[in-house]
Ligand binder design. Structure first.
Ligand code: NAI
Length: 237
C-alpha cells in the first residue's frame, strides 16, 4: 500500500489491519510509517514498513517483488501515493506536469506490472487505485493531476480485462473533497464554497475512503472489476 504515512493512505492501512490483512506500508519516510505500523499492531493487526520513493520505478518494482517473495504471496495492491503541482495550463511547467504523472500515474503502472505476476500465480488479486473526481470531471488548475487520475482509470480498466480470468480485480476509487494534509493546503474560502454546493454539506473523512477500499479489497468484491467508485458526498451527481 503506497502513500501509507498519512491521510487517506493511513486510514486505508489501519482499516486493512482491522480487516486482518498483513499490511506492507510504503512511503518515503521511515519514522511516519513506523507510527502507522505501531498503531496497527497496537490494535491487534500486522504491519511492516518499506521506505521507497514511488517516483523511482526501479526501486518500487524491486520492493513489490521483494514483498511478494518474502511474504510468499501478494493479495492486494493499493496505489494511493499522490502529489499535486497546481497551476493554470498557460503557466504549468513541463516539470510540474511530468512530476505529477510520474508519482500519480507511472508509479501505479510500475506497481501493477510488478504485482500482476505474483497475483496471477496465486490466482487471486485485488488492485485498488486511488483516483479522484478531478480525473472524472477535470478541474481548473489541475491539468497534470486530472490527466494522471484519468489515466489511472484507463490503466485500471485495461488491467481488469487482462487479469480478470486469473481471479484478479482492478478498480478505482475516486474521492471528492477529503479532509487531509493535501486539502489543508487549500484556502478555507475555497473549501467553504465547495462544501456549500455538496449534497452531503461537508468534506469527507479518510475513513470513508478506507471503507470503500475495504470492500473492493475483500473476497466478496470478486465480481466488481474495472469500475470507478466515486466517493464524493454527491459532488458529481
Ligand atoms: P496526502 O498528501 O495527505 O498523502 C499522500 C501520501 O502519499 C503521503 O503518505 C505521502 O508521503 C505519499 N507520497 C507522496 N509522494 C510520494 C512519493 N514520491 N513516494 C512515496 N510516497 C509518496 O494526500 P491524501 O489527501 O491522503 O491523498 C491520498 C490519495 O488520494 C492521493 O492519490 C490523492 O491524489 C487522492 N485524493 C485525495 C483527495 C483529497 O481530497 N484529499 C481527493 C481525491 C483524491
Amino acid at each position: 500500500m503506497t502513500g501509507a504515512s498519512r491521510g487517506i493512505g493511513r486510514a486505508i492501512a489501519e482499516q486493512f489491519g482491522r480487516d486482518g490483512h498483513r499490511v506492507v506500508l510504503l512511503s518515503r519516510t521511515a519514522s511516519s510509517l513506523e507510527s502507522v505500523r505501531d498503531a496497527i499492531t497496537e490494535a491487534g493487526g500486522g504491519a511492516e514498513v518499506r521506505v521507497c520513493d514511488v517516483g523511482d520505478g526501479e526501486a518500487l518494482a524491486g520492493v513489490i517483488e521483494e514483498v511478494a517473495s518474502t511474504l510468499g504471496r501478494l493479495d492486494i495492491l493499493v496505489n494511493n501515493a499522490g502529489i499535486t503541482r497546481d497551476g493554470l495550463i498557460m503557466r504549468m511547467s513541463d516539470e510540474d506536469f511530468d512530476d505529477v504523472i510520474r508519482v500519480n500515474l507511472r508509479s501505479a503502472f510500475v506497481a501493477c506490472r510488478a504485482a500482476a505476476r505474483p497475483m496471477m500465480r496465486g490466482k487471486y488479486g485485488r488492485i485498488v487505485n486511488i483516483g479522484s473526481v478531478t480525473g472524472v470531471v477535470g478541474n481548473s488548475g489541475q491539468a497534470n493531476y486530472a490527466a494522471a487520475k484519468a489515466g489511472l482509470t484507463g490503466l485500471t480498466k485495461t488491467l481488469a480485462k487482462e487479469l480478470g480470468s486469473k481471479g484478479v480485480t482492478a478498480n478505482v476509487i475516486a474521492p471528492g473533497f477529503i479532509e487531509t494534509d493535501m486539502t489543508d493546503a487549500l484556502p478555507q474560502s475555497m473549501k467553504d464554497e465547495a462544501v456549500k454546493s455538496l449534497p452531503a454539506r461537508r468534506m469527507g473523512r479518510p475513513e470513508e475512503i478506507a471503507a470503500a477500499a475495504s470492500f473492493l479489497a475483500s473476497e466478496g468484491a470478486a465480481y466488481v472489476t474495472g469500475q470507478v467508485l466515486v466517493v464524493d458526498g454527491g459532488l458529481t451527481c
